[in-house]
Design a protein around this ligand. Structure first.
Ligand code: NAD
Ligand code: DAU
Length: 383
């Protein structure tokens, strides 16, 4: 039996990974460590928490006492570190929190894993570790910076982060590499492109646009909407991490992405037409509309005919500071070495995702019931 420490397991990708592992592997135990920040929600994993294979610990990855106690209580085989401050816009407002969580939190996990996994020293003074343990750092394509019109990020592309978020993720990657080189700690780093799918917090582009449509709000597009992101269905990312954990070569970095580049404006237009079509196709979906929303920008009466869901809702707002132009991953290495490929085509994944949001408005209400309105006002009120 393998025992996993999954940090950030109550967030978007971490929770999807927990669900993926529980379905895929029978004989496992998952210890989820999450500090339940604004982005983490126990409701996201409430059915998983009923599974006897799962233990939840609320706590900060930077808290050495909490992490030490976990390692003392459970003989952890794998650490998969999803926990992070993940939103670029928030990093522009409060960089320090990103450095604390993403860099120092990562270093704390590495240090305690190293301590508990060490069984002795070799003749050169390097630590020797328990067999088959591994630390996997979930990183991002943003560490490579921004591309022009052409080209792709490979694992050897120089690191060139440009936002406080991506700089903090790069710092984390570098300390992971340092533990690999200096202490021979068995590690992998995965660098994935933009994920989409269920349980995505509605501060990020895709769920925010869906949520705004349902509230009759305007749809904010930064700059002229020509920035490009490379979208991957979240379950395909989870599958890749599982494969790297089990079969990735120790010390290696793997890029993850499905060659699915889209301009932001294309994504927003696609969401508009998909929501409208789904509402035409199935009247029940109209129940997701917030017909009594006092937040509507449009004073809409939400007529029965969904034609009002159209491109007039789009509003071009002030651009993100230092907005990276284009990301695009070359996934050749993980495909060649581990046989990974994305299973979900974007045309299907985006419809599946939008249906999920239309059918899970309770979850959206739950996760946005806290400070979300203040955040939204501060972020978009003066754009
Ligand atoms: P998220 O913001 O949805 O979730 C982050 C989770 O970490 C939350 O549950 C939060 O409560 C928890 N957390 C935050 N600070 C913590 C701390 N100090 N201690 C313990 N828990 C803490 O993020 P996500 O989109 O699921 O991203 C997960 C990871 O994947 C991040 O490391 C991110 O950099 C990386 N990543 C994300 C994407 C993407 O498109 N979302 C793509 C590539 C890589
Ligand atoms: O590439 C991987 C990264 O993808 C991850 O490392 C990050 O954790 C994740 O948040 C995501 O970062 P982005 O900045 O690309 O995602 P976001 O959803 O915030 O924005 C996607 C694009 O849409 C980006 O070009 C900015 C734009 N955007 C975003 C928002 C929230 C808008 O035009 N309007 C918006 O309201």
């Amino acid at each position: 039996m393998k025992i996993y420490l999954v940090t950030g397991g109550a967030g978007f990708i971490g929770a999807n990974f927990v669900k993926y592992l529980l379905k895929k592997h029978r004989n496992i135990r998952l210890i989820i460590l999450d500090d339940l920040t604004y982005a983490g929600n126990l409701g996201t994993i409430k059915t998983d928490l009923k599974d006897q294979r799962v233990v939840f610990v609320k706590g900060n990855i930077g808290d050495s006492e909490i992490v030490t106690n976990i390692f003392r209580e459970y003989p952890i085989d794998y650490v998969v570190n999803f926990a992070a401050e993940s939103h670029v816009d928030r990093s522009i407002e409060n960089p320090q929190l990103f450095l604390q969580t993403n860099i120092l939190g990562t270093q704390n996990l590495l240090d305690i894993a190293k301590k508990f996994w060490t069984t002795g020293k070799d003749e050169n003074g390097y630590p020797v570790y328990r067999e088959k343990v591994k630390y996997l750092q979930v990183s991002t394509d943003e560490v490579y910076g921004s591309l022009g019109e052409t080209g792709y990020f490979t694992e050897t592309t120089p690191l060139d982060p440009r936002s406080p978020y991506s700089a903090s993720k790069t710092g984390a990657d570098l300390i992971v590499v340092a533990y690999s080189e200096t202490y021979k700690l068995p590690i992998n780093i995965t660098r994935c492109s933009n994920n989409y799918g269920p349980y995505h917090f509605p501060e990020k582009l895709i769920p925010l646009i869906i949520k705004n449509i349902l509230e009759g709000k305007k749809l904010p597009v930064y700059g002229d909407g020509s920035n490009v992101r490379d979208w991957l269905y979240v379950e395909d990312h989870c599958k890749a991490i599982d494969m790297v954990l089990l079969n990735g070569r120790i010390g290696e970095i793997y890029n993850i992405g499905g060659h699915n580049e889209k301009k932001n404006i294309e994504i927003v237009k696609l969401i508009i037409s998909t929501v409208r079509n789904l509402m035409e196709e199935n009247k029940d979906y109209r129940k997701a509309l917030k017909t009594n929303s006092s937040r509507s920008d449009l004073n809409l009466q939400f007529p029965d005919n969904p034609d009002w869901i159209n491109e007039d809702l789009i509003t071009f707002v002030k651009d993100r500071l230092g907005h990276d132009k284009r990301y695009a991953i070359d996934p050749a290495k993980i495909t060649k070495e581990l046989g990974w490929y994305p299973e979900t085509k974007f045309e299907n994944g985006i419809v599946k995702t939008i249906r999920w949001y239309l059918e899970n408005q309770d979850w959206v209400e739950e996760v946005t019931s806290g400070d979300y309105q203040n955040y939204y006002q501060q972020m978009y009120g003066d754009r």
